[in-house]
Design a protein around this ligand. Structure first.
Ligand code: C2O
Ligand code: CU
Ligand code: CU
Length: 493
């Protein structure tokens, strides 16, 4: 049975026209599904049990891997300054470990793959929450299967709260929507099968054909004529989103990976690579009731993407079996439906937030390191992804970095593919970009833990670490990471 007739039988609405071809057209007539919000839990005395479960993906049930039976995983609220205590119980059929992406935590709590636990085991995390209020992420970090475990549904948002956000009257409660945006391949049988046998997937990463938000395919959300705060994570394995609204209204960006910016920024598009976050205000108060506004990934030029469909309008199913529209295709992500309600414009966003901490003064004497990212197609062995010519080894220490010392790290993308570069153990500041886009983008001006490098780009960042121990630097294209585009650095006294 194909997906559409399945929906016709089990869905609430009319039976959709069936029959191929015209699959992508029929897909556009698929009823959209109501967005779900993750349950919110506290990180104090929390138990997360990793286990398979059937979950509702919108058009029907899918087999997923979950924490506590739900997709997405619970949203964990932490208070800056508190100590988080979280137990991970592994009831999956394979090893796993969780990583608190973006938080500066001690090495025992960082989810390094050498700490992965066997089925039946429990891992106890305890760490102080040092980071600024903001939107962070947690996800599996199991060597070689991070992509599969994340794709199957494990992962959720971490929201750090603290005084710094007080007094800005930012939308909260119903008006604050945490959003995990992802692309997946939704088979006609509603399977979420993951497999990267094809060299194309191993080169580019796994691109999906269906937009998911919070685990729901083709989502829609009812909004009042009011102001909303969207805490957006690009939780995709490999897809870059160039976020924009269908009505052309600008987005008001208030925060990024490591909390609030110094001042809000208005932008018509915000490009987020995998693992990057954007904290955005959207005002629907001037919209008419019944109006529909689509949050979409706008078409962009993706250099080095040899596949067709580049930059075009991504029809779903057009590339069935090949992972849907290519990188850079336009993709509808989430539809807002404006409800009949009184207009509540609310206070304008503040013109200034508190100061983003810097990493100390950068001078010619500041120590520097360079990391060069390369991807190549090797005859015989297929795609290879390297940093400084090397692939990851679990026990090999690649760099030794003094604790509490500011350094400038340069990420050089010498390949034909984008690489979202991520550093564990603390937030960095983006200092400069040369080549390619040749500037620091507006949404990169706060604290960051992941920065997108396009082919030919060199990006300088300032790093500084507060915990000693073994941490990771890697590409956050999860297929690249699993294929060992990763290294260990040890922070030493
Ligand atoms: Cu989000 Cu090392 O990962
Ligand atoms: Cu991380
Ligand atoms: Cu990469």
């Amino acid at each position: 049975m194909d997906r559409r007739s399945f929906i016709g039988l089990v869905g609430a609405g009319a039976v959709l026209p069936s029959g191929f071809p015209g699959l992508s057209k029929a897909f556009q007539q698929t009823p959209r599904n109501p967005l779900r919000r993750a349950v919110t839990v506290s990180g104090e005395g929390l138990t997360l049990t990793a286990r398979p479960a059937r979950v509702d993906a919108g058009p029907g049930l899918v087999d997923a891997w979950t924490l506590n039976g739900s997709v997405p995983s619970p949203t964990i609220r932490l208070l800056q300054g508190q100590t988080a205590r979280i137990d991970l119980v592994n009831q999956l059929p394979e090893r796993t470990i969780l990583h608190w992406h973006g938080l500066a935590v001690p090495q025992e709590a960082d989810g390094h793959p050498r700490l992965a636990i066997d089925p039946g085991e429990t891992y106890g995390y305890e760490f102080p929450v040092l980071d600024r209020p903001g939107t962070y992420w947690y996800h599996p970090h199991t060597h070689g299967v991070t992509a599969a475990q994340t794709y199957k549904g494990i992962g959720g948002l971490l929201i750090v709260e603290g005084d710094e956000e007080d007094g800005y009257e930012l939308p909260s409660g119903e008006y604050e929507i945490p959003l995990i945006l992802q692309d997946k391949r939704l088979g006609g049988d509603l399977s979420l099968a993951y497999g990267v046998g094809m060299p194309h997937d191993r080169m580019h990463g796994y691109l999906g054909d269906t937009a998911f938000a919070n685990g729901v395919a083709d989502p829609t959300v009812d909004v009042r004529r009011s102001r909303y705060r969207l805490r957006i994570l690009n939780g995709s394995n490999a897809r870059i989103f160039d976020l924009g609204l269908s009505n052309g209204d600008p987005l008001t960006l208030i925060g990024s990976d490591g909390g609030l910016l110094e001042a809000p920024i208005r932008a018509e598009r915000i490009m987020l690579g995998p693992a990057e976050r954007a904290d955005i205000l959207v005002d629907f108060s001037a919209r008419q009731s019944g109006e529909r506004v689509m949050l979409r990934s706008l078409a962009f030029e993706a250099p080095g993407m040899m596949m067709g469909m580049r930059g075009g309008r991504g029809g779903r199913g057009m590339m069935m079996g090949m992972g849907g529209p290519g990188q850079g295709s336009e993709l509808d992500l989430l539809e807002f439906v404006v409800q009949d309600s009184p207009a509540e414009p609310g206070p304008p966003p503040p013109t200034r937030f508190s100061t983003v901490p810097d990493h100390g003064r950068i001078t010619a004497a500041t120590p520097r390191r360079t990391y060069t990212f390369n991807s190549s197609m090797m005859m015989g062995s297929g795609p290879t992804h390297t940093i400084n010519g090397k692939t990851f080894e679990l026990e090999r220490v690649d760099e030794r970095v003094p604790v509490r010392r500011t350094e400038v790290w340069t990420f050089v993308n010498e390949s034909e593919l984008p690489h979202p570069v991520h550093v564990h153990a603390g937030q960095f500041r983006v200092l400069s970009r040369t080549g390619g886009r040749a500037r620091v983008m507006a949404w990169e001006t706060g604290l960051k833990d992941t920065v997108l490098t396009m082919p030919g780009e060199r990006v300088d960042v300032a790093v500084r670490f507060v915990h000693e121990g073994l941490f990771l630097l890697h590409c956050h294209n999860l297929e690249h990471e699993d294929m060992n585009m990763m290294l260990n650095f040890e922070v030493v006294a």
